[in-house]
Design a protein. Structure first.
Length: 348
């Protein structure tokens, strides 16, 4: 299967490695790269997708460029008759989501979204534990994302820290939000309630660096995701599933799962591009289809439009620290409570 990549630096470097690996395994032919910058890749590179396609005829396109470019690139790939793996956030407006979804259906093409933790064995194990009733009735899904990020984090790309493209729930902790929505089984729903509290501790950015969202829907457990990039100490991102018979703790980046403090065995991960290629060959179901990103996109759109007040925070060298936030994000996930409900000074 002939695969092209759009966006080869940054996160795209991982796709380059993966495509080279799949080439060695005989699963894909990595035909070329599209990038607006000069890139150091072992395949021909082009400045636009149409020129690459005219010469190299890809069947699948991986899009790993900045979020604001995704809509046009995905539609251009569809126009060329290609299936797509697009990085998260696939798009940041519901109108774009609907347009891409409709276009895919019209053309009989598919779009996978780069939520790679949906391919982990720990995710599948957790889903089957919830489905079998092993955790009892699910009363809430909480997630906490807590990282220390220095000034250089916001200097790495033009869109970093820009509201509408970036923000903790939309980008660095997008997996936490998406995973929580999936486990609550609301990922495809349009009828969700969204309560947002977004803050920023740097006046150099317009997006949030500290956030809490609660998502509710009829007949579904409530979801709370609390995130910050202004922590004193980082923590591996974690999803908590609260059930009447016990609690599951899922460290999705580490593919690690415990239930009532017992470590659970997990099967190997499924690579999203391999899965997409096998979908084309054998009809294997997609692990992270675009349809499962509807609720996520609703939250992302709201994040792009919400007020993001500036909080007084402490500068420590090349980072900014919001005192107390380390404990608060964890408590929000544990209690399924918002910042305001936890009585934070900055909660609205
Ligand atoms: N799945 C994950 O865990 C994960 C991790 C990090 C980033 N991402 C996502 O990957 C995407 C890229 O993020 P990044 O940090 O690598 O971005 P980036 O700004 O570093 O850009 C990536 C590449 O895209 C190129 N590019 C920019 N505009 C382009 C255009 N119009 N056409 C072609 N190429 C273009 C850049 O030159 C660069 O090589 C984002 O959507 C981001 O959220 C996903």
């Amino acid at each position: 299967m002939r695969v092209a990549l759009v966006g080869a630096r940054g996160h795209g470097a991982r796709h380059v490695e993966n495509l080279v690996r799949l080439g060695h395994d005989g699963l894909a032919t990595f035909v070329g790269v599209v990038d607006v910058a000069d890139v150091d890749v072992p395949v021909p590179s082009y400045s636009d997708l149409e020129t690459l396609a005219a010469e190299l005829h890809p069947e699948v396109v991986v899009v790993s460029s900045p979020p604001a470019t995704h809509r046009d690139l995905v539609l251009a790939a569809f126009e060329l008759g290609c299936d797509v793996l697009v990085e998260k956030p696939a798009v940041v407006s519901v109108a774009d989501f609907d347009e891409i979804s409709d276009e895919a259906v019209k053309r009989g093409l598919v779009c996978q979204v780069g939520f790679q933790t949906q391919g982990t064995g720990s995710y599948r194990r957790l889903c089957s534990l919830i489905g079998s009733g092993a955790l009892g009735d699910i009363t809430g899904i909480g997630a906490a994302g807590r990282w220390v990020r220095t000034d250089s984090y916001y200097e790495r790309a033009e869109w970093a820290g820009r509201q509408g493209e970036d923000g903790t729930l939309v980008n660095p902790f997008a997996h936490a939000l998406q995973n929580a929505l999936l486990l609550a089984d609301v990922e495809e729903r349009a009828d969700i309630g969204v309560e947002l509290e977004l803050y920023r501790c740097r006046d150099t950015i317009s997006a949030d660096d500290t956030a809490c969202v609660r998502v509710t829907a009829d007949d579904a457990p409530p979801v709370v995701v609390a995130t910050t990039l202004c922590a004193t100490t980082s923590l591996p991102p974690v999803v908590l599933v609260h059930g009447s018979l016990g609690q599951a703790i899922w460290w999705y980046d580490d593919d690690r799962l415990t239930v009532n403090d017992h470590r659970m065995a997990v099967a190997p991960s499924v690579d999203l591009l391999e899965n997409l290629l096998r979908h084309r060959l054998t009809g294997e179901p997609l692990v992270a289809p675009l349809a499962a990103a509807r609720a996520f996109t609703t939250v992302a759109e709201r994040c792009g439009k919400a007020d993001v007040p500036l909080l007084p925070a402490r500068r420590v060298g090349d980072r900014v620290v919001l005192d107390g936030i380390d404990e608060v994000v964890v408590r929000a996930a544990e209690k399924i409570a918002t910042f305001a409900e936890l009585g934070c000074g900055f909660g609205r």
